[in-house]
Design a protein around this ligand. Sequence first.
Ligand code: TXA
Ligand code: MG
Length: 339
Amino acid sequence: MHTTLQHIHPHHPESAHIEHASSILKQGNIVAFPTETVYGLGARLSDIAAIQKIFQAKHRPIDNPLIVHVSSIAQAAHIAVVTPRAKKLMQQFWPGPLTLVLKKKASVPDIVTAGLPTVCVRMPANSVARALIKAAGEPIVAPSANTSGRPSPTTAQHVYHDLKGKIPLILDGGPCKVGLESTVLDLTTRTPRILRPGAVTYEQLKKILPNLCNPAMTRKKIRVISSPGMKYRHYAPKAKLILVIAIRPQAEKQSQGPLGLPPRQQLRSCGRVAMTDKIAILDLRQEKNLNLIARNLFSQLRDFDQQGVDVIIVYGVEEHGLGRAIMNRLRKAANYIIT
Ligand code: TXA
Ligand code: MG
């Protein structure tokens, strides 16, 4: 299959390109599109055969449920039970990188939820994503548009690298603004819990949900039971990744990279990089701008793979605010964690 990369304006998407993409969806096919978090691989909610194509293209295990993307709160109410608490969160954080786990309604096919009685719903902020959902005339089911186990794609080129020949169209709306997947918040349990930290932070949600579970308390439990996707190794580059936590930055000469390796200027760096052809060190400790780290992290990991390094050593950030999401992805990508 030929895969077309179609440039599209990220803020004012050309209607011809949106119409073309939605006609592909309506013919029973799947399309990759940008969101503000990462690129998604979408099918129409009602099209079970197309949804199966998503699992095949990504090599995604069938027991890992998908997020349903909507373009309004009203549309969310067709597929899920929107409680007053859920509505309040939608009003506050939608459109944006917050996914809610809610009780599902009968209109959601089992393949989407892997047979669970709950469904993940989110309204993306990205204009291309919203225009596509509107043109499709129904919600779009979409996981991240990467091969399962690889870092999520934050550019159309990442999607092309993983899925060329497997999908007909990638809408290229440029690099994603957030760069990490959405926060997944479970509202179906007595105390709400964050299943996956993201750009809508624990600290922000705690203000609205005073009984929100402390992420440190629930980390282990969640991985085992609540979110089927959590049991797979995720976001992993090909190289072995060693994550170093809780070591204070040492005063180093500016002319030297971390641990004395040669420093490298990266195209979209998210910290200080030093490397030989076999080892890369990414030191995030001195980068104050967590948004920048989040935006470029997956890209950086993919770049290291392109450069063929065997080992990546990452010095992490503090687990607070967006730092929780950054460290969550690094922990999952890591082969070894040094504390
Ligand atoms: O930012 C994002 O959320 C991106 C963009 C494309 O929207 N999507 C994304 O989808 O990251 P995916 O499929 O890669 O991750 C969805 C996560 C998985 O860990 C999955 O197991 C979990 O959400 N999930 C889906 N439905 C669930 C449910 N009913 N209950 C608990 N977890 C669920
Ligand atoms: Mg994913």
